[in-house]
Each structure stands twice: as structure tokens, then as C-alpha cells.
Design a protein around this ligand. Structure first.
Ligand SMILES: [Zn+2]
Length: 111
């Protein structure tokens, strides 16, 4: 997490992009989403990428999705099924009817 002040200062750099919110409250939502960045450097890098490579301002959902990464459900650290990895092991039948070990997303972060 980064400070709200730093997030706001970075979000202002997006103001030249299309669809940048005209209302302050909407811009603040972008800043709130950016606060999910782990470090100020990560936030700055993301905004630099946006300004340099995109024409349209990202939405709060875009920003949150970027910093959340590919894992969509935060796993529970002491989950008995996945042990905090977000993936539990399951046994599935393959195309030949043989049982194979596989992994499946654990729902512990969403329950
Ligand atoms: Zn789990």
C-alpha cells in the first residue's frame, strides 16, 4: 500500500489522457484504486506505462485488476485446503478415465 497523497499525485499525471474524470470525486476513486500498489515505485511505473502507451485513462477497476495480478481471490493463510496458496489439489479423471492429480482454484478467499 502507498500513501493517499502519493497515489493522488500519480493519478494527476493521467489528466492528459482521454476519459480522465472531470469530477474530483471520480479522480479520487482512481487514486484509491492506485493505493493498492505495493510500493511507490510500482505505482509510478504503472502510471508511466499508462501515460506513455495508452490514449484512454484506466478505470478504477482496471487499476485494481493490474495490481491484484492474475490471482483473483486472495487465499486465506491458514486454509486447510490450499494452505494459503490459493490452489487446492484435486483428483480428476483424464480423457482415458485415469485419475490424475490436478490443482483447482480454492474458494477460501471468497467465502
Ligand atoms: Zn484455500
Amino acid at each position: 500500500m502507498i500513501s493517499p497523497e502519493y497515489a493522488r499525485s500519480q493519478i494527476e499525471r493521467l489528466s492528459g489522457l482521454k476519459k480522465y474524470p472531470k469530477k474530483t470525486v471520480a479522480a479520487l476513486e482512481l487514486a484509491k484504486a492506485l493505493e493498492a500498489a505495493a510500493t511507490e515505485a510500482a505505482a509510478e511505473q504503472y502510471i508511466t506505462d499508462c501515460v506513455g502507451n495508452q490514449r484512454v485513462c484506466p478505470t478504477p477497476a482496471d487499476i485494481r485488476a493490474y495490481f491484484r495480478g492474475p490471482m483473483t481471490s486472495p487465499a486465506v493463510a491458514d486454509c486447510p485446503r490450499c494452505h494459503g496458496t490459493g490452489w487446492r489439489s484435486v483428483t480428476r479423471k483424464d480423457a482415458h478415465g485415469n485419475l490424475v492429480d490436478a490443482s483447482a482454484p480454492c474458494r477460501c478467499g471468497t467465502e
